[in-house]
Design a protein around this ligand. Structure first.
Ligand code: HC1
Length: 589
């Protein structure tokens, strides 16, 4: 280990640790704007400058490893002056209309300007001389160059976590900006709408496009019946935006808040996650039958999951030839939307044209997905508005609801029940685990041979996970699978997806089924979730999801009574005519 002193306190830390890490280990906060624990060090913002006793120049704490005997001052006169000048320089190029800004009160630059008492004066305001643009053409993300401080967190996020690089640095010096290919709108480049740039942006330069006022308007219209669905990963993160520590399950309070806001039916995406497992699971079995038993060369394996719209857009851009590997099952959000305006409308005696379907998602790409032309199976737009977890938290605050004091409430019936398998969709590996719980049982008549249904190999934050399961089936219908080892793979983050898809493209992997989620950690780390995010926060959210699953009386999708009834009364059978019409689609690049 290395010994040093920070603000006259002794620190003992592993070799290679930076001054920033050493300071944090003893709870000394050094301000940063470009540093993020998810990303490589950039050293761009210079806000973390610290003084080394005896040295002339200040050092960037994020980029300087501690050395034996080093003495660091993080709060000297020299340091405070340097930080304030840096902040003033940043503010001179930043449109400081903070009270009008979507990030007002949640902006890291604003917080620091407030802490360091940055006031007008020292530097000329350059904003009027700059040709800043606002790109609001994407259904998911707004990019406002006047708010950008060029910290490049978004650029590193898009490159390192997602391997997409839709955002990059263009030009030099005073002209330098964060731009897209040929400065085209985000909606016209390879952006997947995942929103990871949004959750990593310290200012209001990248934010979600919000639909809050449109949803209020729909709820204020008495002629409209507004249905809301909530994604698995919302209930374990919403609390963070309303004063709770990461990892709290707030399902009951969330349902109560949604009712208080004025939604007419409060329903659950977890219900349609269970439904997705039935449809996607049967599609997997159908593909296995056609490839293994019938030797049909037209049918593609491995099959990949299709619930993450960022992943689908990535595939469309980068590997359009591999689209036949994608399951035809729509995402739970879209299955829910199609059923809300058909099956549910009929059950509650409502004309679908008077229905408004809203979803609350941990995801910005879901806004794009809902707007896709493929998503009008009900004869209307299946999902009218998508709110992120952050937007829901804002609505709850706007409504003056004391969230923490709300009594727990329950989802409405018909499309409100879910199993633990539906819940775990929100974590990386969850769709795979849910699918295996059902598929294995359909084929063998027995429960998956893992302790208490917990398929641990597909859990956790490792980027690529694998699990294999050998099938022994006494059932003649599935005899062709007897002795077959089902090989599965789970990836989260598009950088990992790119690596796995390279192997699929060159035929160097023999997986049967791959789960791919665009965001790190799966949906629990989605681009619409509360900020800040880190591996610790994702870990806490994942634990909450698995706790929720473990506490459920029903933990297998095929045992969800609302799903069983849906098949009895309406769909009749998995992959049947109505299922194809409402619940499946084909993406064409
Ligand atoms: Fe997800 Fe899904 S799990 S994609 O991550 O399949 O967003 O939470 O809602 O649709 O159910 C997101 C989460 C979500 C869908 C489900």
């Amino acid at each position: 280990t290395v010994n040093c002193q920070i603000d006259h306190l002794s620190v003992n830390i592993q070799p290679g640790a930076t001054i920033l890490e050493a300071a944090r280990s003893i709870h000394i906060q050094i301000p940063t704007l470009c540093y993020h624990s998810d990303l490589c060090v950039a050293g761009n913002c210079r806000l973390c400058m610290v003084e080394q006793v005896g040295a002339d120049r200040l050092l960037p704490a994020c980029a300087t490893p501690v050395t034996e005997g080093m003495e660091i001052l993080t709060n000297s006169q020299k340091v405070r002056h340097a930080r304030k000048v840096m902040l003033e320089l940043l503010m001179s190029e930043h449109r400081s209309d903070c009270t009008h800004c979507y990030k007002n009160g949640r902006c890291e630059l604003q917080n620091l300007a407030s802490e360091y008492l940055v006031q007008d004066g020292r530097f000329i305001d350059l904003v009027p001389f700059k040709n800043y643009t606002i790109d609001d053409l994407s259904p998911s993300i707004i990019k406002d160059d006047a708010k950008c401080i060029r910290c490049q967190r978004c650029v590193r996020t898009c490159a390192e976590i997602q391997a997409v690089s839709a955002l990059a640095v263009a030009h030099k010096g005073a002209e330098m900006k964060i731009s897209t290919f040929f400065d085209l709108p985000m909606a016209e480049v390879v952006c997947t709408n995942c929103g990871q740039c949004v959750t990593h942006c310290p200012t209001g330069a990248l934010v979600e496009k919000n639909y809050i006022d449109a949803v209020w308007q729909a709820m204020d219209d008495d002629a409209r019946h507004v249905v809301v669905q909530t994604a698995p990963a919302v209930r374990i993160a919403l609390g963070e935006a309303l004063g709770l520590e990461p990892g709290q399950i707030v399902t009951g309070k969330m349902v109560a808040a949604l009712r208080r806001l004025g939604f007419d039916s409060v329903l659950d995406t977890d219900f349609s996650a269970d439904l997705t497992i039935i449809e996607e699971g049967h599609e997997l079995l159908q593909r296995l039958r056609e490839v293994i038993r019938d030797k049909n060369p037209q049918v593609k394996l491995p099959m990949t999951t299709s619930c993450s719209p960022g992943w689908i857009k990535f595939l469309e851009h980068l590997y359009p030839d591999l689209l036949p590997h994608l399951s035809t099952a729509k995402s739970p959000q879209q299955m829910f939307g199609a059923l809300a305006k058909t099956y549910y409308a009929r059950r509650i005696g409502m004309d679908a044209k008077n229905m408004v379907s809203v979803s609350v998602m941990p995801c910005t790409a879901k806004k794009f997905e809902a707007a896709r032309p493929e998503m009008c199976a009900s004869g209307f737009r299946d999902v009218d508005y998508v709110l992120t977890t952050r937007e829901l938290a804002m609505m709850i605050r706007q409504a003056g609801i004391d969230f923490l004091s709300l009594p727990d409430d329950e989802f409405d019936s018909i499309m409100g029940q879910s199993s633990g398998a539906g819940v775990i969709f929100g974590a990386t590996g969850g769709v795979m685990e849910a699918a295996l719980r059902t598929v294995y049982e359909v084929v063998t008549g027995r429960e998956v041979p893992f302790d208490g249904l917990n398929i641990v190999p597909v859990r956790g934050l490792e980027q690529v996970k694998e699990a294999a399961l050998t099938i022994s089936s006494p059932l003649p219908e599935w005899g062709f699978l007897d002795g077959v080892t089902l090989k599965t793979c789970v990836v989260h983050g598009l950088a990992g997806a790119r690596e796995v898809m390279k192997k699929v493209a060159d035929g160097s992997c023999d997986y049967h089924f791959i789960e791919i989620m665009a965001c790190p950690g799966g949906c629990l780390g989605g681009g619409g979730q509360p900020m800040p995010v880190s591996d610790h926060v994702r870990e806490m959210r994942a634990r909450a999801i698995y706790r929720d699953d473990a506490g459920k009386a029903i933990r297998k999708s095929h045992e969800n009574p609302d799903v069983v009834k849906l098949y009895e009364d309406f769909l009749k059978e998995p992959l049947g005519h109505l299922s194809h019409q409402l619940l499946h689609t084909h993406y064409v690049a």
